[in-house]
Design a binder for this molecule. Sequence first.
Ligand code: ATP
Ligand code: MG
Length: 405
Amino acid sequence: MKYTEVMVRYGELSTKGKNRKDFIGRLAGNITRLLNDFPEVEIHPKHDRMHIVLNGAPFEEIDSRLKRVFGIQTYSPTIKVEKTLDAIKKTSLELMQATYQDGMTFKVNTRRSDHDFEYDTNQLNMMVGDYLFDNMPNLKVKMKKPDLVLRIEVRKDAIYISNQLIKGASGMPVGTAGKAMMMLSGGIDSPVSSYLALKRGVEIEMVHFFSPPYTSDKALAKAKELTGILANYSGKINFIAVPFAEIQEQIKEKLPEGYLMTIQRRFMLQLADRIRAKRGGLAIFNGESVGQVASQTLESMVAINDVTTTPVIRPVATMDKTEIIRLAEEIGTFDLSIKPFEDCCTIFAPPRPKTKPKLDEARKLEARLDVEGLIQRAMDGIEVTPIYPNQKFLDDQAQIDLDLL
Ligand code: ATP
Ligand code: MG
């Protein structure tokens, strides 16, 4: 079908006034950026819905992108026709023939904002319904929950016809909730947390700790490529690489093994918080899940979270690993997450980390290090890279290496 526009219905838009304006403005901006390689497309945000006028752009491609835009409840590809009964009948029939499958039920639902139009809604429902029956003998009407609702909207400028209601990604437009730092590793959990943060409208910047020469370029490339997948849900995401080897070396050299993990995590969180303050973020997100590993017990969180009063939000905190994996598969990060390029934590992981570290002990041990100097040098070494939807960083060679494993 040659659709002429897409009608977008907003998600969780219970708020009014300024918030509503911000919601709609952000959504329009996000969609504009997402479709900027289709200069012919026009976006008209209205207070109750948004119209995306295609001007010849292919709906199929627009469709696959809109599915990943947060803040959209549902949307419908629509055909604009001139205000004549013939045009309504002809397009309705084409649309029904293109979407109807054996056994489906349907009804016609007409709405009219132009009350001067020569037919009212009942007349149109009847006339179009009859016309469809005459031309599609197997069609069945059902008033309650039919499979297809043929919507005809009579407006001042033209008539708009659609018969599909496509489910959007829901959530809130990215950016409406402000900005936060996301602690992104190369694992399964933090990409899922990133997705969930974006879904609540949080604009995220990735903070990734890497430890050359202990970690390979591929571990870094993997985290960047994961960011590229997540950028499909938000547009460009800034990736902040933080050198972490010196801190890990110092901890390993000077502190008892049982606290390696706890102190490393305290440094990570402090650094994430410094970066947040510098970049105007409001919160920190991570991929911790309660009880999943030694560093994620509640006792560990107490000993680690001590370094900041900034809200640390853990979207997957209460999810089972199987639930997290299911989401990772759904959003397209799982296959990449399980590629075995070890990041800094795997390499410096002590064989027996304490599952119940003591806060006092952690503070005392950490004080043996030149905390400020270490943090300052790591901050001086950070590198910020903007990453775009689906941008790739692992080359073919990486794929070949993997196949040999
Ligand atoms: P993930 O699957 O996200 O790696 P995980 O279950 O493997 O999580 P950990 O490796 O213990 O758990 O990490 C817990 C959280 O700490 C991660 O979800 C992430 O938010 C943060 N984190 C761990 N390693 C890094 C890293 N190298 N850079 C940035 N953040 C990290
Ligand atoms: Mg991990």
